[in-house]
Design a protein around this ligand. Structure first.
Ligand SMILES: [Cu+2]
Length: 136
């Protein structure tokens, strides 16, 4: 059982200056029954790093690693998962920030065709990048 850290989450969210969670190409309220594609986040890559979906598909990023990751659109008005914590509590915090949110996943619904490159805000320097290709 993990310990939730809402207080830290609030501090962290404030420190980030507020990013828009929804936008063109990404939405945060997946409709029930929508086709879903899963992408795993780990150290330090997305698996698969390229997904091809059709309009209306939900892409769900899940942290399967041991430190926080994000799925953040390269576009300034794109989706941003914020920190998604790993599935297990961390014994140490080798690459801060760590464990600011409950472990889990982040869904985004892609409602327009296009190519949507994204990255992990914490590990982009390590080449942690991906792309969602949406076709009609
Ligand atoms: Cu990362």
């Amino acid at each position: 059982m993990r310990v939730r850290s809402e207080a830290f989450l609030l501090v962290f969210a404030a420190a980030c200056g507020g990013s828009s969670p929804t936008s063109a190409g990404g939405g945060n309220n997946p409709p029930p029954g929508a086709p879903t594609v899963s992408v795993a986040m780990s150290e330090y890559r997305f698996r698969p790093d390229t997904v091809r979906v059709t309009v209306g598909t939900v892409v769900r990023w899940s942290n399967e690693g041991t430190v926080d990751h994000t799925a953040t659109s390269d576009s300034t008005n794109g989706w941003d998962s914020g920190a998604v914590a790993p599935p297990q509590p961390q014994m140490t915090c080798p690459y801060p920030p760590c464990d600011k949110t409950p472990g889990g996943s982040f869904p985004s619904t892609f409602t327009a065709a296009g190519t949507y490159p994204y990255h992990c805000a914490f590990h982009v320097a390590l080449g942690m990048r991906g792309v969602v290709i949406v076709t009609p």
